[in-house]
Design a protein around this ligand. Structure first.
Ligand code: PHE
Length: 444
């Protein structure tokens, strides 16, 4: 009980929505979604993706909020408090989110360099050359990554309300403002509207089993589900914060931002570029041909950086909360341990693109390994396990009380949600998971 008094929490409903939307909206929306979409046939992929968000992502997000809100604990204690012997599920999430941080912070660091380079007009004319020279260098990307990690650290040690909530309240409105300015501008471009129609027109001939795996992985990644980040935020919700309503707001905002980001990027006419190149090479190139290109490029990378930062704080918090609550450390000490761990892992990830690129595991450098292993193996696995936990392991009456009385879900919607969590999520995700692993291994 004593812990309850000491625990931090969000001040109100808006803070809960902004922080959780901040976790969801990240590199996944602006950097990853557009290129995954263009690789998978545009409009057809978007339709499948929206299905995954609605029928898998949203129920899982509600489930994760509910576990956090019900237990008011860090991810490990949360599961074991609801059902003894299930703490490992929280631990699995914490390990996964730590691995994600390893490469996520590296890309976040790049956004800082690109914001600065755009503002000072120093990218030059060779965009691909600039990108590969920078990302494969030894020190430069490391310094920017460390700066970003430091920024993140200061927000975390500010506490839940003084750090995370305050930062979210400043960053999220700024992010939305930049997004709207860029979207309006891009729709104004002469080729913009035409490029858009092309991208959003469904081309079902490109749809394969892999499309479903990509869509599901993207849905889980973008909603931050399964890894304890949303669980810990759910545990900070003030009493009276409706779980279902918050989840719906977060999912709507996240989807809106992903679609607008795709509009911005594709209306620039870059739909044939793929991979990481799309945001970091194609976009600066397009901006350079526009009037006031520097300003647009700076805004774009600032947007990317803000989105990344509001996500990294949720990842860091999920792990820090474990050290604080389970290991009894002060917040400062717990945060430092996580920060040092992240520093080491991201150093390895960054160097694996350059100096250490010869060192490969299963044909991948460490950076790609962290990305692929978490996206293809851990995310679906955690999705299945979370659904099983909430749908089958959690005592029926307790779960119902949490979701209906506290969560704000009405009696008609509740059975639908329970059905999705008990049957649809575990079965569908397992099928996609098995096929995904098969395809992944065949491709090695
Ligand atoms: N949802 C974030 C994004 O789209 C990534 C993330 C994953 C955040 C896991 C927290 C936990 O970029």
């Amino acid at each position: 009980m004593e812990q309850r008094v000491k625990r931090g929490g969000f001040g109100g409903k808006l803070a809960a929505i902004l922080a959780a939307a901040g976790s969801a909206i990240g590199l996944g929306n602006i950097w990853r979604f557009p290129y995954i979409t263009s690789e998978n046939g545009g409009g057809a992929f978007i339709l499948i993706y929206l299905g995954c968000i609605l029928f898998l992502g949203l129920p899982l997000l509600v489930a994760e909020f509910a576990v956090g809100h019900n237990s008011k604990c860090n991810p490990i204690d949360a599961y074991s408090k609801i059902r003894k012997g299930w703490g490992w599920l929280g631990a699995l999430g914490i390990v996964s989110v730590f691995l994600i941080m390893g490469y996520y912070f590296v890309i976040s660091g790049w956004t800082l360099n690109y914001t600065l380079a755009s503002a000072t007009n120093s990218i030059g004319g060779d965009f691909g050359g600039f990108f590969s020279a920078f990302t494969t260098a030894t020190w430069k990307p490391l310094i920017f990554t460390y700066l970003f990690i430091l920024l993140n650290h200061f927000i975390i040690i500010g506490g839940v309300q003084g750090g995370i909530e305050k930062a979210s309240k400043v960053m999220m409105p700024l992010l939305f403002a930049i997004l709207v300015v860029l979207a309006v501008y891009s729709l104004w471009l002469p080729d913009g509207r035409e490029a858009l129609v092309n991208v959003f027109t469904p081309d079902f001939s490109k749809v394969t089993g892999k499309t479903f795996l990509d869509a599901m992985g993207q849905a889980f990644f973008t909603l931050s589900v399964g890894m304890g980040a949303m669980l810990i935020y759910g545990s900070y919700f003030k009493d009276g914060t409706k779980i279902a309503g918050t989840a719906i707001s977060v999912v709507s905002l996240d989807t809106l931002v992903a679609l607008i980001a795709a509009v911005i990027i594709f209306s620039a006419g870059v739909e044939n570029e793929s991979g990481m190149q799309l945001a970091f090479v194609a976009m600066p190139k397009v901006f350079s041909t526009m009037p006031m290109g520097n300003v647009w490029a700076t805004l774009f990378f600032l947007l990317l950086g803000l989105a990344a930062l509001s996500s990294t704080i949720s990842m860091h918090e999920a792990v820090t909360s474990y050290f604080v609550e389970k290991r009894g450390m002060s917040r400062n000490k717990g945060a430092i341990i996580v920060t040092i761990g992240v520093l080491v892992l991201s150093t390895v990830a960054s160097l694996s693109l350059g100096d250490w690129s010869d060192y490969k595991v299963a044909g991948m450098n460490i950076f790609a390994l962290l990305d692929n292993f978490t996206a293809i193996v851990m995310l679906p696995l955690l999705g299945i396990l979370t659904a099983i936990f909430v749908g089958w392991v959690w005592k029926k009456e307790d779960m119902k009380a949490e979701l209906t009385a506290q969560g704000g879900i009405d009696q008609k919607t509740y059975p639908v949600l329970r059905f999705l969590l008990r049957y649809v999520c575990p079965v569908l995700v397992s099928v996609v998971f098995v096929f995904g692993i098969k395809a992944f291994i065949e491709n090695l």
